[in-house]
Design a protein around this ligand. Structure first.
Ligand code: LLP
Length: 462
């Protein structure tokens, strides 16, 4: 049974007098009546309070710092605007994410371009994105990128990404800081990278970057990574006379998807990392660089809830009870990709006396499209019930697809009883917008429009 205070709930979640789930003081039953389902719901309060938790902890333990939101977790203009208001920068990884930042005039000097295979066009875009305070910066990942930047020839501030060789406990696909990683320079390659950068003249080297993985619950790997990175600062300072001004220790801080997840609280993470960095700086006698952190999931994950409508249910004789909903792997690819676990409840009757075990299946044509395996839900769950799946704010919409040509859901931002669309629902027109029908096929299409019989259709095609 679900109670009022569960760690994966958005901060504003409440169970109201009708036994409905409310987020941002908006009854989710009414929200779905107004906007339809599936619906991505985003709690503004959770995002802002999380941002302030990061900012406050940094102000207390390491004021010379800049948190930047890893936009791959949730790339939307409205979210970027909130981040700007909360004093966050952005970590973008593509022309599309960069363009989204530019489209709302996000302060250029607070934007950092990442990526292990940035194109020349993407690098060019970053070089040209400037405001009065400075320009967008890049995190150099490989030798190829240095050559591209040298060819572009425009000035840009850059950090170098290194692979610190730190192991942490998370899913294999989302580990990045171990040695056999596609990201960043191995420590042995670092000097060659620096020398190539120095010969390029237009690249202003400001620091090093490391990112050890995602959905991490331990703090020690960050402390280990900080030591490895700062050891390089001393070495580089001695060998090349470069004094770095920035230190970026990446993102990856874990969140609650279920009660058994055990992420440390943000203040504790920042305190420990900041304390370690400060003591290393004094041990190595280094000037304090600006500390950059790149949280993605922990900024928006718990703010998101996806609401689905229940359709068919199927009791396999002597087997599982399958409850099918109107979304699935296309709006949340994490269960099928990472075997990710989620929690859920019915929105229209949250607290119930009797629950039984069922399996929530998506609507997509793939047996693996299972959103929640063996989860307790009301025993009398039926068609028309509304199901909320929690912690879907990060890497759900951003990894969504149009599999089976189903349009992506709408996203609404809720706050203080107001709901605003921040992402329109995709229409049928949207789905065919990029289709091109070669003219030689048009007569087939005309025939199709005239509803030709199956027989004559086959004759035409074969
Ligand atoms: N910085 C860098 C360089 C990254 O590669 C990432 C995530 C982040 C920051 C943000 O990490 P976060 O704070 O969100 O954990 N699609 C996967 C997660 C992939 C993470 C990729 N990099 C998932 O759904 O779990």
């Amino acid at each position: 049974m679900i109670s009022n205070t569960l760690p994966y709930y958005p901060n504003s979640a409440k169970i109201n007098s009708k036994n409905h789930l409310e987020i941002g003081d908006y009854d989710l039953v009414e929200l779905v009546e107004r906007f339809g389902s599936p619906l991505y719901v985003l709690d503004e309060q959770t995002i802002r309070e999380t941002a302030r938790e990061y900012k406050k902890a940094l102000a207390d333990f390491y004021p010379n710092s800049l948190p930047i939101f890893a936009t791959k977790a949730l790339c939307l203009q409205a979210v970027f605007a909130i981040m700007a208001q909360e004093g966050f920068g952005l970590d973008v990884v593509s022309a599309g994410e960069l363009y989204t930042a530019q489209s709302i005039q996000f302060p250029a000097d607070q934007v950092f371009l990442h990526g292990n295979n940035k194109s020349k066009e993407e690098l060019q875009m970053a070089c040209e994105y400037r405001n009065n305070e400075g320009g967008a910066k890049t995190i150099i990942d490989n030798f190829h990128e240095i050559k591209l930047l040298a060819e572009i020839g425009k000035p840009i501030d850059a950090l170098i990404r290194i692979t610190p060789g730190v192991e942490c406990h998370t899913h294999d696909y989302i580990k990045t800081g171990h040695l056999d990683s596609k990201f960043g320079f191995d420590l042995e390659q670092l000097d060659s990278a620096i020398e190539l950068i120095q010969s390029a003249k237009n690249i202003n080297l400001i620091g090093l970057h490391s990112h050890i993985g995602s959905q991490i619950f331990e703090i020690t790997p960050y402390q280990d990574a900080a030591r490895i990175v700062l050891e390089q600062y001393v070495r580089i300072k001695e060998k090349y006379g470069i004094e770095f001004t920035h230190l970026n220790l990446g993102g990856g801080f874990g969140i609650h998807y279920t009660e058994s997840d055990d992420p440390p609280n943000i203040r504790e993470v920042i305190k420990q990392i900041a304390t370690t960095v400060k003591s290393l700086l004094s041990e190595f006698n280094l000037k304090e660089p600006t500390l950059i952190l790149e949280p993605g999931r922990s900024m928006v994950g718990r703010a998101g809830v996806t609401v689905y409508s229940v359709g068919s249910t199927k009791q396999v004789p002597e087997g599982r009870l399958y409850v099918a909903v109107d979304g699935g792997m296309a709006d949340n690819p994490r269960p099928i990709t990472y075997q990710a676990k989620y929690q859920a409840c019915l929105v229209n009757r949250v607290l119930v006396d009797e629950e039984s075990v069922c399996t929530v299946a998506g609507r997509y044509c793939e047996s693996g499209d299972i959103l929640l395996k063996d989860i307790n839900l009301p025993s009398d769950i039926k068609q028309g019930d509304l199901l909320a799946v929690f912690s879907t704010g990060a890497y759900n919409y951003s990894m969504s697809s149009n599999y089976n040509r189903v349009g992506k859901p709408m996203m609404v931002l809720v706050s203080n009883g107001e709901a605003e669309i921040v992402l329109r629902r995709e229409s049928m027109e949207d789905l065919i917008r990029n289709d091109v029908l070669p003219s030689r096929l048009i007569d087939i299409s005309e025939s199709a429009k005239n509803q030709i019989s199956q027989k004559s259709w086959k004759e035409k095609v074969h």
